[in-house]
Structures are given as structure tokens and as C-alpha cells.
Design a protein around this ligand. Structure first.
Ligand code: CP
Length: 319
């Protein structure tokens, strides 16, 4: 694996999952793989799970991680080709990325979308400029439209749960929209849909209010319903996430609390496990009763971020 930006970079998803599960059992199995090598983690946006899980994963492989909060501590970067840099940006990515390529063996980047211009965000300008100019493998820690390390973790977590429920041959997985107080990126939902479709081992349903359709490039193959209760029937996994509108880009048409998953609704499911990538706004996106209830696996899911990241870094180091 050269870079890890989306599912397109993965040649064998099952291998990546099985390797992650092996690392969970034996974190230091490949503790010498990254010896003498350094990994740079650049954050243009906040993070808790991605930041720490990737560092722990790197350390388990013997890699030395160095973290840099570009948004707070770095020079303001310019990403536009042919830019006349007379404004606020101080350094072009063309100059900064090759320098980082000299310091590190792997470079990891987190960026978010502006949610102002769909074409700009969906062009993935930031991450693609790092790939173009760094000259070393680049790992997405979440980009403008995708969150691949989260999605690998999600499938890993589902696989792990299925080991203890062998009677479920083909799980029904429901991705449900949830209310929020502000417009959020579509990254997690896009990426989850992309990976579940590529995995191909589930009945996949997406439910959201009308006008919240995601980009069909990611959801093609999923059954889409606007009736949340109908979608939840016999679900084995319910993935809860808010996203802003894609068509009329970056808007929030509703935060209808009726869409917040309840314990009553969970009775419609096949004792479904409840997932969320976190951070979660309690009693807005998900209620205390569900998050603190026996069907929530959000902490296990977040814990698994380490093993997903370790599996990806391992693949890059081996290649
Ligand atoms: N799920 C996730 O990416 O969490 P952080 O934003 O805290 O990294």
C-alpha cells in the first residue's frame, strides 16, 4: 500500500481486518517493523481519537510519531496552484510538503471541508496536494469528504461482533441520520457507505430525512429510506451520524429531535448494536439511554481505532 486515502488504496480488505484483529490480540507482534522510522501527524483540525490512536498504533510498530497542529502552530498554507500569495497564506504546499517528505517516512494529514463550495471540497485539494508533493506515503486522518481509518475501524468492529453472533450470516446494517446543532461534513457517512459497499457482506440500508441524500458515488447499492422506523426493522447494527446536505451543499434543513434514536425504536431491531464514530452530542444526536445502554458499542469502536491504524501503517511499512 502506497497511500491510504480511500478504499481504492486497499487491495485486500479482509487481510487488513484480520491483521487488525491479530494486532488487537498481540499489539507488539511487529514491534520492530518501524524501527528507526518517523511518522508525522499534521492536524489542520481538532481530534482526540484519531490523534492518539494513530500515535499508539505507530508506537506499537516501533515508529516514532511527531504531531504538529498546523492550524495553531504552523505557517498558514496555500493550496491553490499559481496563487499570488499576497493575502494571509505564508507558505505554499509545494514548498512545505517536500520538506516534510525529507523529515518523515510516512505523513498523516487531517483536514475538514469548508462546507461552502461542494466542487472545491469534493476535489480533495488539500490531501491530494500532500500526496502530489510530499514524495512519501500519505495517510488520511480524515479529509474533506472521507474518513477511511474510521471506516476500517467500523468494519473491524462489526466483524468482531459477528464472531460472537455466528447465527447472523449476513448482517443488516443501518446508517441513520441524526440531528445536530450545526452543519457537519458528510465524510463519515460517505466513507462508511463506500466501505460497507466494498466489503459486500451486509444488507445495507441508509435512512435520513428527505433532501439529505448523500453523493450517489458512495451510496450506490444501499437501500435508502426516509422512514427511520421502517429502516430499523430487524437491523443488526445501527450506525448513527449527522451530516449536512449534499445537494444544496452544507446546509442544515432540520434538527428534528424525532430522528434521535430511542430505546423504544431499538425494540424494532434484532437487538442491534449501536455505533457512532464520536465525538457525540449527548441528547442531541444520541440519547443518554442509548449511549449508556447495553447495545451501545461506541467505546469498543473507538478503542478499535488503534488496531485499524496499526494494520494500515503496517501495510505501508511492509511495502
Ligand atoms: N472519530 C474521530 O475521528 O474522532 P476524533 O475527531 O476525536 O479524532
Amino acid at each position: 500500500m502506497k497511500n491510504f486515502i480511500s478504499i481504492a488504496d486497499v487491495t485486500n480488505l479482509d487481510h487488513l481486518i484480520q491483521q487488525a484483529l491479530r494486532y488487537k490480540k498481540n499489539p507488539f507482534e511487529d514491534k520492530l517493523l518501524g524501527q528507526g522510522k518517523k511518522i508525522g501527524l499534521l492536524f489542520l483540525n481538532p481530534s482526540l481519537r484519531t490523534r492518539f490512536s494513530t500515535q499508539v498504533a505507530a508506537l506499537n510498530l516501533g515508529l516514532e510519531p511527531l504531531v504538529f497542529n498546523v492550524d495553531k502552530e504552523g505557517w498558514a498554507l496555500e493550496f491553490e496552484e499559481d496563487a499570488i500569495m499576497s493575502g494571509n497564506s505564508v507558505e505554499h504546499i509545494k514548498d512545505a510538503a517536500p520538506v516534510l517528505g525529507k523529515y518523515f517516512d510516512i505523513l498523516c494529514i487531517r483536514t475538514f471541508p469548508s462546507l461552502k463550495n461542494r466542487e472545491d471540497d469534493y476535489s480533495e485539494l488539500y490531501i491530494s496536494q500532500f500526496v502530489k508533493y510530499a514524495g512519501i506515503p500519505v495517510v488520511s486522518l480524515e479529509s474533506a469528504t472521507l474518513h477511511p481509518l474510521q471506516s476500517l475501524t467500523d468494519i473491524l468492529t462489526i466483524t468482531e461482533c459477528l464472531h460472537s453472533t455466528p447465527e447472523i450470516k449476513k448482517p443488516k446494517i443501518v446508517l441513520t441520520w441524526a440531528p445536530h446543532v450545526k452543519p457537519l461534513p458528510q465524510c463519515v457517512a460517505n466513507s462508511f457507505a463506500q466501505w460497507i459497499n466494498a466489503w459486500g457482506k451486509a444488507e445495507f440500508v441508509i435512512t435520513h430525512p428527505e433532501d439529505y441524500d448523500l453523493d450517489q458515488r458512495f451510496t450506490k447499492g444501499a437501500h435508502i429510506l426516509h422512514n427511520q422506523d421502517a429502516a430499523l426493522k430487524n437491523a443488526d447494527f445501527v450506525y448513527v451520524k449527522n451530516w449536512s446536505t449534499y445537494q444544496d451543499y452544507g446546509k442544515m434543513y432540520t434538527n428534528d429531535p424525532e430522528w434521535m434514536l430511542s430505546n423504544e425504536q431499538l425494540k424494532l431491531t434484532n437487538n442491534a448494536k449501536v455505533m457512532h464514530c464520536l465525538p457525540v452530542r449527548r441528547n442531541v444526536e444520541l440519547s443518554d439511554e442509548v449511549l449508556d445502554g447495553p447495545q451501545s458499542i461506541v467505546t469498543t469502536q473507538a478503542g478499535n481505532r488503534v488496531w485499524a491504524a496499526q494494520s494500515v501503517l503496517s501495510e505501508i511499512l511492509k511495502s
